[in-house]
Design a protein around this ligand. Structure first.
Ligand code: FMN
Length: 330
């Protein structure tokens, strides 16, 4: 059965790219889309930043037609600011709006935003209502199981947010207190999906890093789709590999060296086109290690890549990598 968010048809069992600060920008989203991500989100954007017209926040609103359907994620602690930020973000033309009630980091959660709303469900409901009323777009929410082990209240959160009009809920199977430690626990996500009151799509998130796990957890937890974060960093092929495994029960071959180089180059080109050469090349440095993870004797090339200052230099090093590994890995 096809999954619907408002008028958006996501097909059967969609795979979503997680919002990730400093990672899920348009260049990265481009390569994930090429490799099968069904829906994507921007990294979270501060509502206060948008209202102040901060350039950094504004730039994160850029969405492109090739990425659709795409959601803009916002966060904040003040209901009026969230309402205003929703109006601003809606004008950027995304397909949906998403609210972050999951971010655990101190600078966010200890300032009354992100996961901290899990400690005040009434406020979370009022904030969500304000966002829903401020846009004609479907609104989705991303959250965690609860604040800590004693307050796993996502069951109540799911019912109340559905009642005031959200169109899908993504749940990361950890509490705020867990941050990113331990294993994600999807059992409660299944309970929510099984709640007969819940009609909206429920997406599971946390620790999906292989086609086998995706297939097993799909069966075990009965969610409507999955959101993938860390496993896609430097490995956008995860989406197509999972889809292939779902369809055939067989493993798709991993990317060849030529494909790694190709996707890395595309990512870099998109980065430079969107951010300009200086920032584009600089910010690409954090991705090289991931694109070539597990490749033997790669250190020397990685060092060269992170020191390269121009597109031509990077191109040349990518060429050397190709020559060096072409015969053994093509
Ligand atoms: C570098 C990084 C940045 C993140 N930034 C965001 C963010 O902006 N908004 C958000 O909702 N979650 C953010 N997250 C959490 C992820 O969306 C996701 O919930 C989490 O990584 C668990 O999924 P995974 O195991 O597939 O990575 C971030 C995670 C990482 C690793």
């Amino acid at each position: 059965m096809s999954v619907q968010i408002g008028n958006i048809d996501l097909g059967e069992f969609p795979l979503l790219l997680a919002p990730m600060e400093d990672v899920s920008d348009p260049p990265f989203r481009y390569v994930c889309k090429q490799n099968g991500a069904d829906m994507m989100y921007t990294e979270f954007i501060s509502s206060e930043g948008l209202i102040r017209d901060a350039a950094k926040s504004r730039q994160k609103l850029d969405v492109f037609d090739y990425e659709r359907p795409i959601g803009i994620q916002i966060f904040g602690s003040d209901i009026n600011s969230m309402r205003e930020a929703t109006e601003i973000a809606t004008l950027a033309g995304p397909d949906l709006m998403d609210i972050n009630y999951g971010c655990p980091v101190k600078q966010v959660a200890c300032r009354g935003a992100g996961a901290s709303l899990l400690q005040d469900i009434d406020k979370m409901v009022a904030m969500t209502k304000a966002v829903v009323e401020a846009t004609h777009l479907p609104v989705t929410v991303k959250t965690r199981l609860g604040w800590d082990d004693n307050t796993k209240n996502v069951y109540e959160v799911a019912e109340r947010l559905q009642d005031i009009g959200i169109k899908a809920l993504t749940i990361h199977g950890r509490t705020r207190a867990q941050m990113y430690k331990g294993q994600a626990d999807w059992a409660l996500i299944r309970d929510i999906k099984k709640n007969p009151r819940i009609q909206i799509p429920i997406f599971g998130n946390g620790d999906i890093d292989s086609p086998e796990k995706a297939a097993q957890w799909r069966m075990e937890y009965e969610v409507d789709g999955m959101m993938i974060g860390r496993a896609a960093i430097g490995y956008p092929w995860i989406f197509r590999e999972i889809k292939h495994y779902f369809a055939t029960g067989e493993h798709l071959e991993g990317p060849t060296m030529a494909e790694r180089i190709d996707v890395c180059r595309t990512h870099l080109e998109k980065s430079v086109a969107w951010k300009g050469p200086k920032t584009g090349i600089f910010e690409m440095r954090r991705h090289y290690a991931s694109y070539f993870k597990g490749i033997e004797n790669f250190k020397e090339f990685r060092m060269k890549l992170v020191q390269a200052g121009t597109m031509e230099d990077v191109e040349e090093i990518l060429g050397q990598i190709n020559d060096n590994y072409a015969t053994e890995m093509a």
